[in-house]
Design a protein around this ligand. Structure first.
Ligand code: ARG
Length: 251
């Protein structure tokens, strides 16, 4: 009997430790814990100890709107949503496209930008989905790029890399015929490589959002209302223009 009670107590403790922080708890602590990858320029980049990028600036603006300090965590992309469900942070901002499969595991905010996955290759290389038949393609693991490239009829070898920048490097080194990644990242890559690569067709479109633990509706509501505010008071446009020279919100 005694043992049964002890076990129950231990279980209750574990269960409460595994509870996502509600808005009230976050507000009371004064600090919001945010996770990103830090290897996805120009959205989230870790340079030395400094996090920069569009999503970092945007999340800081949201926290300011909510009256909170920020505690950042960086994790490999593939671990981010798992850590969220283990309550290691309050939300994730790392360019996750809203997909039905992810929406089963986490709850998404309203989208913070709209984009798509585009092909990039060397001149003479594949530029359209049809061109990808029989070609090798590099993509980051765990992404919508992987999911969508796999669907291309007749596509050749699809090579996955832990980091998107490694997938780009594989293209530059000539180890694959194409890289599929974010269209804005692709624009930057083409610029940085000064014509050594070209951007081809958009393979698919996606809406990008922040993720909270499934069921954390109080936090989701606050995040959405802060996003609404920065989208309407000029802050979002300013940050987006600084990074991209355009406003990338969904329209
Ligand atoms: N938008 C793509 C997706 O939803 C790629 C996101 C990659 N993000 C990152 N931080 N590496 O899967």
């Amino acid at each position: 009997m005694k043992r049964a009670i002890l076990t129950l107590t231990a279980f209750a403790l574990l269960a409460s430790a595994a509870q996502a922080r509600t808005w009230d708890a976050i507000k009371q602590s004064g600090t919001i814990k945010i996770a990103t990858e830090g290897a996805f320029p120009p959205f989230n980049v870790l340079e030395g100890k400094k996090l920069t990028g569009f999503e970092v600036d945007l999340a800081e603006a949201l926290a300011k709107e909510l009256g909170l300090k920020v505690e950042w965590t960086t994790q490999p992309f593939d671990n981010l949503l798992i850590g969220l469900n283990q309550d290691r942070y309050d939300f994730v901002i790392a360019s996750h496209g809203i997909t039905p499969q992810r929406a089963k595991a986490v709850d998404f905010s309203n989208p913070h930008y709209c984009t798509g996955g585009a092909i990039v290759a060397k001149p003479g290389g594949p530029m359209t989905a049809a061109d990808l038949a029989g070609k090798s393609v590099a993509v980051q693991v765990g992404t919508t790029y992987l999911e969508n490239v796999r669907k291309v009829p007749g596509v050749g070898d699809v090579k996955t890399f832990p980091k998107d920048t490694d997938a780009q490097a594989a293209l530059m080194a000539g180890r694959v015929d194409a890289w599929v990644g974010d269209k804005f990242t692709g624009i930057d890559l083409v610029k940085a490589q000064k014509g050594k690569v070209k951007q081809g067709a958009l393979l698919f479109k996606e809406s990008i959002a922040m993720a909270v633990k499934k069921g954390n509706s109080s936090l989701l509501k606050e995040l959405n209302s802060a996003l609404d505010k920065v989208m309407n008071n000029g802050t979002y446009a300013k940050i987006s223009n600084q990074t991209f020279g355009q406003d990338i919100r969904c329209r």
